[in-house]
Design a protein around this ligand. Structure first.
Ligand code: SF4
Length: 303
């Protein structure tokens, strides 16, 4: 599989406290990509044998031509992955049309109640709309759909991960895989890190129950951006680092002449913004599968 991660949108109506993209949106919201531009790149990459594309951004589904883009991309035989805050799936028409073309859909849910939603997203309707959204997705799911649940863990919810999984299971969203993602201190999340970072050694205590919850409910589980030693020997198979596949990211970029353009970033592994510490020197996981600890984390906690 040759993977593209394509940041097609620089707009979003949410204000998640852990968002790593907020200042990029500020930089680039006046430089939207055109549908023609995206189509041209997709054709070019298809000729270079790319066959998997993740449409992401900020929120990709709210671009006015998103359904047309899905149709076009499917004609090029790409496998389509959409990473979304799911706001557009409140529309039954949108769910019906889009799920014909989407192969993999990742819904981000980081809370399990009105209060926990409000603390992290600052939008109450987001919680209230969830049952309708799940209903639309389940009603129009197609044979090709593989559904993910993405939980970004942060200071306000790392102790609630099991409750969040349980909450989503009880809504009957039939996801196959859970991604528990540590916050990445990049862009605005780097500036806000002091407000959202939490102690990974304390999070370690919750891991066995999270694994049990997923196993009991036949869900695949992956921990993303977590050092392998936080998982320990018995749970290494749940590390997403082990399953990382190289990819190219296409995104907006401000060059040194202050000109906005597009950049293509190759990521052979998942080590961006991460570093070794002393204890890594003798560690058997140093080269595989671990990709270490975020440098910024070390400003706040011992590791
Ligand atoms: S390489 Fe370092 S961070 Fe990774 S598992 Fe080993 S000790 Fe932990």
């Amino acid at each position: 599989m040759k993977r593209l991660e394509f940041h097609i949108s620089y707009i979003c109506q949410h204000k998640c406290i852990f968002c790593s993209e907020a200042d990029r949106m500020d930089n680039f919201k006046n430089y939207p990509l055109s549908l023609l531009q995206i189509k041209t790149i997709l054709i070019d990459r298809m000729k270079k044998w790319y066959n998997h594309v993740n449409f992401t951004g900020w929120e990709p589904t709210i671009t006015p031509w998103f359904l047309e883009l899905l149709k076009f991309t499917k004609k090029l035989w790409y496998k389509i992955y959409v990473w979304t805050n799911w706001v557009m799936f409140y529309s039954e028409k949108f769910a019906k049309e889009s799920l014909k073309y989407i192969d993999e859909l990742s819904l981000s849910v980081h809370w399990y109640s009105l209060n926990t939603c409000w603390k992290q997203i600052w939008l109450k309707y987001h919680f209230n709309n969830f049952p309708i959204i799940v209903n639309n997705i389940e009603k129009y799911k197609a044979n090709n759909n593989f559904f993910f649940l993405n939980i970004v863990i942060n200071k306000y919810n790392y102790f609630d991960t099991e409750k969040i999984i349980n909450f989503v299971i009880e809504t009957w969203y039939d996801f196959k895989q859970v991604l528990v993602s540590n916050i990445a201190p990049e862009w605005s999340a780097k500036h806000n890190y002091i407000d959202i970072v939490f102690d990974l050694n304390e999070f370690r205590n919750y891991i066995p129950n999270i694994i049990k919850k997923c196993n009991d409910n036949w869900k695949i589980l992956r921990f993303f951006w977590l050092p392998t030693c936080i998982l320990e020997e018995d749970f290494i198979e749940y590390s997403n680092d082990e399953h990382w596949e190289e990819r190219h990211t296409i995104e907006r970029f401000l060059n040194k002449n202050w000109k906005v353009s597009l950049i293509d970033i190759y990521s052979p592994d998942n080590s961006r913004e991460r570093t070794f510490v002393d204890k890594c020197n003798n560690c058997k996981w140093k080269k595989n599968p671990c990709t270490w600890i975020f440098k910024k984390y070390l400003d706040f906690y011992e590791f």
